[in-house]
Design a binder for this molecule. Structure first.
Ligand code: Z5A
Length: 217
């Protein structure tokens, strides 16, 4: 089987705390795919929450500050899954079925990390909701960009104002990070990358991991 055939229909996800460098890493992954002979038109990029008209509206809701009305934790969780179902059904699955490679900026792990670890919602409940919403659908390969929350938030802050979630206490992000670390330990098709390193070092670590994953296909 050719490299292009091996990669066709694969869903690669990048996860990590804010400022870890996910948007930056997506460009590295895209470049790597093109070096493997995948044409740009066969590479689809998604972000979560968001990525369809309705899912982007849901993204606006979770980012919104409303005076006198807090978004309840379980409402936040359900919106994440509502947005995810829209994205998976309307964008990701059709693209994969057409043989495209999809690169996802966040996916299911973010809900386990933020709503589970961060907010404290029972992880089993989240897994149950995931099962109802998406069944066994999951990423083929996950790259977790691991960073100390302080450093990630400092990088995110460099970009401007922090949003509703970004303003939460460092403890929240430490709990989220702990769940990400647990998930990467338990998943065979996932790797952790030290995102505190320089741009060049992170890029070369990502490429090395992608090469190793490709060799395993
Ligand atoms: N959320 C949730 O709670 N539950 C869910 O299920 C899902 C999401 C799916 C989405 O935010 C929010 O939703 C997020 C989690 C929550 N919460 N918050 N807050 P978003 O999409 O707006 O933001 P993000 O996903 O956290 O991405 P980000 O903040 O844009 O970070 P990033 O993409 O990982 O980083 P970046 O833009 O590539 O880099 C940030 C800056 O650092 C930038 O200036 C870079 O040039 C710089 N950078 C990147 N790499 C390096 C290195 N290696 N060295 C130095 N500087 C670097």
């Amino acid at each position: 089987m050719s490299v292009q055939q091996k990669l066709a229909g694969k869903f690669i996800v990048i996860e990590g705390l804010e400022g870890a460098g996910k948007s930056t890493a997506i460009q590295y992954i895209k470049n790597w795919l093109m070096e493997q002979g995948i044409v740009q038109e066969k590479i689809a990029l998604t972000r979560e929450p968001g990525g369809t008209v309705l899912a982007e509206r849901m993204r606006d809701i979770v980012k919104m500050d409303v005076e006198d009305e807090q978004l309840a934790d379980k409402a936040e969780l359900l919106i994440m899954y509502a947005a995810r179902v829209q994205l998976v059904e309307h964008k990701i699955k059709p693209a994969l079925n057409a043989g495209d490679v999809v690169i996802g900026d966040r996916h299911n792990w973010s809900s386990l990390a933020y709503q589970g670890g961060g907010r404290g919602i029972d992880l089993q409940l989240i897994n149950d909701i995931k099962q109802v919403a998406l069944g066994n659908f999951k990423a083929d390969f996950t790259l977790f960009l691991d960073i100390e929350p302080e450093l990630g938030l400092a990088r995110a802050r460099g970009r401007g104002e922090l949003d509703r979630i970004e303003r939460l206490a460092i403890d929240f992000f430490n709990r989220s990070r702990a769940v990400f670390k647990q998930l990467v330990t338990n998943e065979k098709n996932a790797v952790s990358i030290d995102a505190s390193l320089s741009f060049e070092q992170v890029e070369s670590a990502i490429i090395q991991q992608l090469d190793a994953w490709l060799a395993s296909l």
